[in-house]
Structures are given as structure tokens and as C-alpha cells.
Design a protein around this ligand. Structure first.
Ligand code: TXA
Ligand code: MG
Length: 317
């Protein structure tokens, strides 16, 4: 499967044609890399599930270039969802809305709702508009990793994850490292007030400031309930704590010193760096044959909530 470094207009047009012909195209977004297929093509979407090894009841997010396509995929859009869309799109936010006829069971995992996002990364937006020029309605794209594994934040990581499962007609567009590094904030907009299902770079405070009352899935509840499966997990065992033993991996903010004999995996200067470097740090432990990673979760609100959410899931076994 070709990996394309220089994403010229011509390359992006060809990638849109490949999608329209039913092939898969991995592409960068500002959050993580996605593995995309024509969201109306059941066979192509089916390949996403087999390439990822993902269970069929896990719904996919549909990516579009403008809110005019939101109306095609959804039915009732509450006023607060319109406010969120106007403020935070294009951007790292997915809205869950009641689905239209266009969103078939093979996209929604047979649920009555559908997830939609307008990404901000220029290559993804360009790809979407070229795809739409060809008559495409939207690109279904989960993170481009094997099911349960760490999301890729570079094209190289996509190749490591999915290279063996993609075919020669599929493509990987290389747009460099993702600027945010953790997946989009998912907001359920099927009730009278929004519910944040997955925290991300559009933070709980940003949502509350715009639309008022918001519910979230409580961090502790998520930790103990059956909702949490092992996810975002490297091969190495992830332990949340402060002290690492000799030979173990260690990940913490730069201001926290490395315990003697531990292998520093990253030393992010701030929360934004932490999110950007998180998945690469987890992957690098596997590359170095490290079996246990001790991670000091960042404290506080904002993007730190999203990082803790992923770390809790990564440490769940
Ligand atoms: O940042 C992102 O959102 C990335 C980039 C590629 O856009 N995509 C991504 O997709 O993270 P994925 O499939 O790896 O994660 C999407 C999550 C899944 O946990 C899925 O269950 C949930 O969104 N989801 C999708 N549609 C849903 C729906 N209708 N109701 C509830 N959850 C939904
Ligand atoms: Mg994923």
C-alpha cells in the first residue's frame, strides 16, 4: 500500500478517487490518523472492520467538510448542537445525533444515532472536499490502529499498525505528526442536554461556557464500570503511579524527575505536549522491549481530563 509523503493537490484528488472506488485511505487529522472509507459503501466500510479487527457493533464517525452534510446524515439537531458546531467546527469534536436514512446499520453498529465530525487538519479537509466533488457524502474513519491498540499520530505508526492488512490499492497520506495527539471530544446530542462521552481538546469547560448544563461520564465511574474495556493499550503493561523500578518505562511531565534506573519515554513540558507525545511514548516502550510503563497522570482540568481518560483505559486489563 503506497504511503505518500508529499500531499499535493493531485495526490489528494487521486486519494479521493481511490475512496470513491471503494478503497481505504488513511489520512491525518488534527487529533490522530484515521483509516477512511466511503461511508455509503458497505463493502468498503466492511473492510475497515476487518483491517482493524474491530467488532461490528462499534459505530464509526463520519467525517464531512461542512455543516450542509450534517443535515444529510442526521435528523433532529438540537439548538445546543448547532451552537457547538458553529463554535468548534472544523475541529476536534464529534457530535452524536439521531441518524437519517443515509446512516445505515453498517456505520452505526445498528444504533439509532450517528457520529459526525468536521476535522480542521488541512489535508483531511481538502480530501473531504475533493471526495464530495466526486459525489461522496462523507468519509467513515476510525482511528487507524488495530482494535484496542494505541491510536497512530504519525503515518509511520499507521504503517506499523495496519500495513500488513492494507492492499496495494489502499493509501496512506503522510501529513506529519498530529497537532493534538488524542482523539476528538465526543458529545452525545440526542438528549435535552449534551453528554460528553469522550473527553478531548474541546474541553468540558469550553462546552459548559457555550451551552451551560453538561453531563459527563464520571472518571471514577468509568474506571470501575463495565464500560471500560482495555483500549489505547500498548503491549507493555501500563501502571498509573509515581515510582518506576529499574528497567521500567517512565512517563511524566518534565518537572518530575526520572526515578533511578527507569527509562524516560517522554518529558512533555506542558499538558498540550503531554497529549501530543502520549501515544508515541507508549509505542516507543514496545519498540524498546520495555514490559512495564509507569505513568504519572497529569493533574487538573482541560486537556488533562482527556489524557487521564486514555491512561485509565490503557492501564485497564
Ligand atoms: O479524533 C477522532 O475522533 C478520530 C479521528 C480519526 O477523527 N476518530 C476516532 O474514531 O477516534 P474511533 O472509531 O477510533 O472512535 C470513535 C468512538 C468509538 O468509541 C465509538 O464507539 C464512538 O466513537 N461512537 C461513534 N459513533 C457513535 C454513536 N452513534 N454513539 C455512541 N458512540 C459512538
Ligand atoms: Mg479508536
Amino acid at each position: 500500500m503506497p504511503r505518500i509523503l508529499n500531499c499535493t493537490d493531485e495526490v489528494i484528488k487521486k486519494a479521493a478517487q481511490a475512496l470513491k472506488a471503494g478503497n481505504l485511505v488513511a489520512f491525518p487529522t488534527e487529533t490522530v490518523y484515521g483509516i477512511g472509507a466511503d461511508a455509503t459503501n458497505e463493502r468498503a466500510v466492511g473492510r475497515i472492520y476487518s483491517v482493524k479487527g474491530r467488532p461490528a457493533d462499534h459505530p464509526l464517525i463520519i467525517h464531512v467538510s461542512s455543516t450542509s452534510f450534517l443535515q444529510k446524515w442526521t435528523t433532529t439537531i438540537p439548538d445546543y448542537a448547532i451552537a457547538l458546531a458553529e463554535r468548534f467546527w472544523p475541529g476536534p469534536m464529534t457530535l452524536i445525533l439521531p441518524r437519517s436514512q443515509l446512516a445505515k446499520n453498517f456505520i452505526t453498529g445498528s444504533q439509532d444515532s450517528v457520529g459526525v465530525r468536521i476535522p480542521a487538519q488541512p489535508i483531511s479537509l481538502h480530501l473531504l472536499s475533493e471526495f464530495e466533488k466526486l459525489g461522496g457524502q462523507g468519509i467513515a474513519a476510525p482511528s487507524a490502529n488495530r482494535f484496542g491498540a494505541v491510536s497512530p499520530t504519525t503515518a509511520n505508526d499507521v504503517e506499523t499498525e495496519l500495513g500488513n492488512f492494507l492492499s496495494m490499492d489502499d493509501q496512506i497520506l503522510d501529513g506529519g505528526p498530529c497537532s493534538i495527539g488524542v482523539e476528538s471530544t465526543i458529545i452525545d446530542c440526542t438528549n435535552s442536554t449534551p453528554v460528553i462521552l469522550r473527553p478531548g481538546a474541546i474541553t468540558i469547560d469550553m462546552v459548559i461556557n457555550l451551552v451551560g448544563l453538561v453531563s459527563t461520564l464520571n472518571e471514577n465511574k468509568m474506571k470501575t464500570s463495565g464500560l471500560v474495556e482495555s483500549h489505547y493499550s500498548p503491549k507493555a503493561k501500563v501502571i498509573l503511579g509515581t515510582m518506576a523500578n529499574f528497567g521500567e518505562g517512565f512517563l511524566a511531565l518534565r518537572k518530575i524527575p526520572t526515578p533511578p534506573g527507569a527509562h524516560r519515554l517522554a518529558a512533555p513540558a506542558d499538558i498540550e505536549d503531554y497529549a501530543r507525545e502520549l501515544y508515541n511514548a507508549l509505542r516507543s516502550a514496545d519498540d524498546r522491549g520495555i514490559e512495564t510503563i509507569v505513568v504519572v497522570p497529569p493533574e487538573g482540568s482541560g486537556l488533562a481530563v482527556a489524557i487521564r481518560d486514555r491512561l485509565i483505559k490503557a492501564s485497564f486489563r
